[in-house]
Design a protein around this ligand. Structure first.
Ligand code: 5RP
Length: 231
């Protein structure tokens, strides 16, 4: 399958849900970037669009094409958020965070009136877990937090031996918020909502990449078109 064609097809389908004057939550990653690109013709056609980006990279991309970047306040209504995913199951549970933006992505997706996920078809899985679950944690005492995560993961009946601090070019990766990312290779997660709840009860865990009950639809693309999963 041509994954790039799939990302583009999914992004073009999601753009059909954008209306004039909307405030958009803008995701992070290569698929979300296809969606931001696809907004350019709407802006050229006179749509006034405001955006809440989930990363500095997305902020820069959206600003260049003319999306008005806003800092949300307590009156902000995000009409529609669109983002990519690392995995999605048929119940619309997701693993996100491959781009280390999971905390901001979950804040924005959860606040949005509608959250649409876009992906190439390779991201659809029967059960989550082949993609290592990213968990965003506080740098202070991070190794203690990892110990507690191992206990929680083992108590859930999952393999707790493959938790790794994410590195790039010899340095620990930090999210835009300055947090560390632990990638947890768990193979198969039977009950993602319970695991999310259990991990978030650990002091030091800021957010997990499990998005359960957040997505309103997942649009999958390939070179022939799109298919849509809804609840
Ligand atoms: C970033 C994310 C991305 O949406 C996810 O990693 C998918 O990225 P891509 O579209 O590049 O495959 O969660 O934190």
């Amino acid at each position: 399958m041509d994954k790039e064609a799939g990302k583009k097809q999914a992004a073009l389908e999601a753009v059909k849900y954008v209306e004039r004057g909307m405030t958009l939550g803008l995701g992070t990653g290569s698929t979300a970037a296809r969606f931001v690109e696809a907004l350019a013709p709407l802006i050229a056609a006179g749509y006034a669009l405001r955006g809440v980006p989930t990363s500095e990279a997305t902020r820069r991309q959206a600003a260049v094409i003319g999306v008005e970047i806003i800092e949300p306040d307590e009156t902000t209504v995000i009409d529609l958020a669109v983002d990519g995913t690392d995995e999605a199951d048929p119940n619309l549970n997701l693993i996100k965070g491959g781009g280390a933006a999971l905390l901001r992505e979950k804040i924005v997706a959860s606040a949005a009136k509608t959250f649409i996920v876009i992906a190439d078809k390779s991201k659809r899985v029967a059960a989550l877990g082949a993609f290592p679950l990213p968990v965003e944690i506080e740098p202070f005492g991070w190794a203690l937090t990892v110990q507690a995560m191992r206990d929680t993961i083992a108590a859930a009946g999952l393999d707790a031996s493959k938790l790794e601090l994410r590195h790039r070019e010899g340095a620990a990766v930090k999210s835009d918020g300055g947090h560390l990312i632990i990638d947890c290779a768990l193979s198969r997660i039977e009950d993602p909502a319970s695991l999310d709840t259990a991990l978030k009860a650990i002091p030091g865990v800021i957010e997990t990449g499990l998005f359960c009950g957040v997505a309103d639809m997942v649009i999958y693309g390939d070179e022939t078109g799109v298919s849509i999963d809804k609840p």
